[in-house]
Ligand binder design. Structure first.
Ligand code: NAP
Length: 559
């Protein structure tokens, strides 16, 4: 694809610009093409795949089962693709995404190694002017963010990192070539989903692994295994039915959602149910009873079962206690799904440092110094997470009506209508944006639903000869209030988590996703459409295309 000439003052025109070419960007591109629109997707990586392109850390694997973590929009695609394991590895998912890009001939509209850095709405012409870090200057009617919820990685600001003599890595930006830890002393900071997956695999190679833990997390075994041909065929035979059912569930995933409350059964039955779910593996565990997310006592019972499992697995009682979470309700931080995580702490060469008792003071040339000791290391792995949901949008300077920056509008927390749009920013759409179920779901299902909604909205605009779509402030206020109200009925806000923005210093403490359930959310979105896009104001753009006005609006020094 031809690159832009940064010195050129000419603007390329598209109907729609898509930011990102992961699961969301690819499907958006596919649908926009079907509408006959001229589209360009910009992708920062040198390949498609988004999260699954960047997250190549050892052990990276999805915690949603393969047969469900895939697109449903093409019956042929879902029948022909062959998954090899119960939970797919990063490498396999990336292969799948590349297959989709080729199968639907999507690459010709994707510009790789290009980051969108600025987008300004030009009210006069009702269009967006977009600038990339490669000097592209683009004018587009629609701007669609497919930038992802977990793509802005965070390396904590620890003094002395620059002085470290060894190598350091962040799980979300892992090198493309294999990192060989054989014979190395490796420190891992962070025990969320990424750390919990990476630690056992790193421990297979490394001479020594030191895990620096601030907060222990609950983890359920994946019991990952190869998928048999029969299982796949049986699932595929009922794919449309399975998909339809999944779309009506709370998380877009076919789990066994219990209709029983924790106290509906006696202690013996309760333990049997937890045990049965533990043996089945995965996040299904948190749906053992229907009040785990809303009733603290019920939650404590499920949590205690997991803590007992940790005590039975980890031989050193002190280590077991440190690994047992007791500061948050199970499930209110994203539940982890692991292979041999707790078992790994029985290995001689693996040790655990409790950062609550002995915080990290600094990184020194030889390793990490805590209050208690200096740990000599050859490599440090930061499994320290993301500026989630809003981080990828914050990194772009987005200006709407009156030059108002999105970051400023959202300074006290994101405000959206349905997580899809925000008032004051016409024709800007978010895929799995804040205020939508997004990270609480099988995100591929959430992506498809959003992309379909946006496509339908654009189709409606085409049919009615409308150029501008923008949510009404009142509708947005109502939605934000609803998102908070629903979250407040659960245990989620009681926990300091990335769902609350609590992992980023200075980030407003607002519950970011919509916890009212994916099925309910979809019904609301459908109602909005049925009621003529209730809460969305449509209009026609000014006919005049005044190039000077575009330049004026876009007064950024070009590279
Ligand atoms: P995360 O859940 O935010 O975990 C980050 C870890 O780093 C936490 O243990 C955190 O401790 C620690 N940490 C952060 N800053 C620190 C500091 N300055 N000093 C010491 N420790 C620090 O991030 P993640 O593990 O990358 O996972 C993020 C999300 O990505 C997951 O929740 C999940 O949604 C998704 N993910 C999914 C999969 C999968 O599908 N299997 C795999 C990986 C990630 P505190 O808790 O004390 O802050």
């Amino acid at each position: 694809m031809n690159r832009a000439d940064p010195s050129s003052s000419t603007y390329t025109t598209f109907d729609a610009v898509v930011v990102g070419a992961g699961f969301a960007g690819l499907y958006m591109l596919y649908r926009l093409r079907q509408l006959g629109l001229r589209v360009r997707a910009y992708e920062a990586g040198d390949g498609v795949g988004g999260t699954w392109y960047w997250n190549r850390y050892p052990g990276a694997r999805c915690d949603v089962e393969s047969m469900q973590y895939s697109y449903s929009f093409s019956e042929d695609l879902q029948r022909e693709w062959h998954w090899t394991e119960r939970y797919p590895q990063q490498e396999e998912i990336l292969r799948y995404i590349n297959h989709v890009a080729d199968r639907f001939d999507l690459r010709r509209d994707i510009q790789l190694e290009t980051r969108v850095i600025k987008a300004v709405h030009d009210e006069k012409n009702s269009q967006w002017t977009v600038l990339t870090d490669r000097g592209d200057k683009v004018v587009t009617r629609f701007l669609i963010s497919a930038a992802g919820c977990l793509s802005a990685g965070r390396v904590p600001d620890i003094t002395g990192l620059d002085s470290f003599k060894g190598k350091w890595f962040h799980t979300g930006n892992w090198p493309h070539e294999k990192v060989d830890f054989t014979g190395r002393r490796v420190g891992v900071i962070g025990t969320g989903s990424s750390g919990i997956q990476a630690i056992p695999v790193i421990a297979r190679e490394a001479a020594q692994v030191v895990v620096f833990q601030r907060t222990p997390n609950f983890s359920i075994p994946a019991w990952n295994r190869p998928l048999t041909e029969e299982e796949q065929l049986a699932w595929k035979a009922k794919y449309p039915e399975h998909r339809e059912k999944a779309r009506r569930t709370r998380s877009g995933i076919l789990y066994e959602y219990s209709q029983r409350a924790t106290n509906d059964v006696n202690e013996e039955e309760r333990q049997q149910e937890y045990e049965r779910r533990w043996k089945r593996g995965g996040a299904n565990f948190t749906h053992a009873f229907n009040d785990i997310f809303i009733n603290r006592e019920s939650n404590d019972k499920a949590a205690e079962f997991v803590r007992n499992k940790i005590r039975c697995t980890v031989k050193d009682p002190k280590v077991a206690e440190l690994l047992s979470p007791n500061d948050h309700a199970i499930g209110t931080k994203r539940i982890c799904v692991d292979t041999d995580y707790y078992e790994t702490f029985n290995l001689e060469h693996v040790s655990l440092v409790d950062l609550r008792a002995t915080p990290i003071q600094e990184i020194v040339p030889a390793g990490i110094r805590t209050d208690a000791a200096t740990y000599e290391l050859d490599a440090i792995v930061f499994a320290t997470g993301y500026d989630a949901v809003t981080g990828s949008l914050d990194r772009i300077e987005i200006r709407g009506r009156g030059g108002k920056a999105l970051k400023d509008k959202w300074s006290e927390g994101p405000r959206t209508y349905l997580g899809l749009m925000t008032a004051g920013f016409p024709n800007l759409f978010f895929i799995t944006g804040p205020g939508s179920p997004s990270v609480l779901t099988n995100v591929v299902v959430a992506i498809e639903q959003h992309v379909d909604w946006i496509s339908r909205c654009l189709q409606h605009m085409q049919a009615e000869d409308l150029d501008v779509a923008e949510p009404m402030a009142a509708a947005e206020n109502e939605w934000v209030a609803h998102v908070n109200e629903v979250a407040d009925k659960t245990l989620f806000p009681s926990t300091k988590s990335w769902y609350m923005g609590a992992n980023v210093p200075g980030k407003p403490r607002v519950f970011l996703p919509y916890v009212g359930g994916f099925g309910n959310y979809t019904s609301i979105c459908e109602e909005v459409v049925a009621e003529g896009y209730r809460g969305v104001r449509f209009g026609s753009a000014n006919a005049a295309k005044d190039r000077a006005a575009v330049d004026e609006a876009f007064s950024m020094p070009h590279r």
